[in-house]
Design a protein around this ligand. Sequence first.
Ligand SMILES: Cc1cc2nc3c(=O)[nH]c(=O)nc-3n(C[C@H](O)[C@H](O)[C@H](O)COP(=O)(O)OP(=O)(O)OC[C@H]3O[C@@H](n4cnc5c(N)ncnc54)[C@H](O)[C@@H]3O)c2cc1C
Length: 561
Amino acid sequence: MKTRQQAFDQIKDGSFDLCVIGGGASGASCALDAQLRGLRTVVVDAGDFASGSSTASTKMAHGGVRYLQEAVNDLDIGQYHLVESALRERLGMLHSAPHLTRTVEFLVPCFSNFEKVYYGLGMKMYEWISGKSSLLPSRILSREEALYRMPAMQHEKLVGAVAYADGQFDDARYGLALVETFEAAGGVALNYARAAGFGKDEAGKITSATVSDRMGHGTLEIRARAFVNATGPFSDIVRQLASPGAAPRMRPSKGVHIMVPLDGFPDQDAVLIPKTEDGRVIFAIPWNGRLLIGTTDTGYTPGEEMVVKQEEIEYLLRQINPYLNSPLTADKVVAGYAGVRPLVAAAGVTDTKKLIRDDEVEFDAGTGLVSILGGKWTTHRLMGEETIDRVQDYLGARSPSRTWNYLLAGAHGYSEDYWQTLVKAYSVPAGLAKYLAHKYGVAAAQVLELTRADRYLAAPLVTGEAPIRAQVVYAARVEMAITIEDVLARRIGFQLYSWRGAIEAAPIVAELLRRELGWSGEEEGRALETYIAGVNHMISMAGQMPEPGPLAERELVLERK
Ligand SMILES: Cc1cc2nc3c(=O)[nH]c(=O)nc-3n(C[C@H](O)[C@H](O)[C@H](O)COP(=O)(O)OP(=O)(O)OC[C@H]3O[C@@H](n4cnc5c(N)ncnc54)[C@H](O)[C@@H]3O)c2cc1C
């Protein structure tokens, strides 16, 4: 990718057909769709790419078995269509970025024969709706088979399980791959750039957006023929920037996930807990060497801090523990994250759990602003297509979308055994080669190439863990990462693996970013302190003892060198 400075200069000097505001799943997808149709497009995000809801998901490319259940129970055709299109899109995601996605089998524990039949029929229907997009046939497992596959499952009451398949993906890196692919197609992308106002012509149509650069370059005026608002849960703010007084449409809700060690859980199979105390389902899914458990669905108050709270951990453990042999305890939680669902309000629905996860393309005829509201990660591609159809209607000429099955950055030439090429070419252990291949696809070779020039970069960020220092340099040089959090939470994802591990890795990340981004020693110290304080705050909110202060940590690392 370009550097931020290059992107900034290009925006300053350019004029565009389309400006997309928001660089999460929806915005990146709109930008890619538009650029591939030949519209000169720029995308800006107020924070890092995919730093909002798009990194806080359960990381499932799915139709949603709960939504299917609701479609059947409530005879709701809207829910049914959402499940159907999401199941088709699920397959597209697996195809477009095979390195970032995989098929996982979910086991639904059954404590009676009735449950076996009930869930068995439900999953057959899920599979039937997916039609040609089906991943694997669903099936009923005996008690023995279920326990063989999932030894941690409750032995006593279990009579069997129902197995069905869904997709899993790396949301942060998938978002980045969309942006990289968009850039490779000729688009311009800038992170840490917030749209703060619009300029209009005499007819009231938007002709420019004023964007403030959070990294101190001042403000930018982006001129374009059309504007898309893809700001997820905060879409109302941008809608109201364009049309003050526009009635709010969003009804966001909060969801949290926790990570615990995989102990006793396999790396391949996941569990669906079919009944929670608030009438939903939750998942326990292997995720990069951890077990990801989530999610909650609670009201969101504007301005609320996005952290995992102790009571939310207790809620999740209360739901999963009846299905396990040895109950999980809160001290086992090694990381977690919280996010806001971008739900669209519906008349008469007060409970966010009942809101359909559908999207809506809204066109403001007064200003020309096109807003993409709501939706799911799984349907991001289709949402991009529908949004750009509307943009082209506004601009006056339609052309077909090209994003279906379009290969994303890292996917060209990738195959499941690609990691072996890395082992041969760079003499790295198989574990590291597989880890890098899944994060970067064929671009993993570029990461390892950095270690040839500088052996210091071949060392792990934290002893005994997979991430290596070269990934930090790659994130800064190629992936527009400019903060420690960009690197550890999204480019590498280590913060999701271990809060304490991320704190241990932070001083080396800060030092490498100083070298790459030309920070002063003072800037490095400040960045480190801010990052560690942030992660320590997450640890405290989860009810655990924070790590010692940043300076103590830093001295420890310097001594070790
Ligand atoms: C707990 C949870 C679990 C989920 N699980 C799944 C799942 O398993 N599968 C699935 O398919 N979906 C899932 N989803 C839904 C999915 O994550 C979201 O639908 C999707 O990420 C929304 O993407 P978005 O781009 O619309 O919003 P966001 O990712 O929030 O992106 C909006 C972006 O706009 C930027 N922005 C805001 N204001 C401005 C401004 N003024 N100027 C510039 N930029 C701005 C923000 O910085 C942000 O990056 C889940 C969501 C949550 C919260």
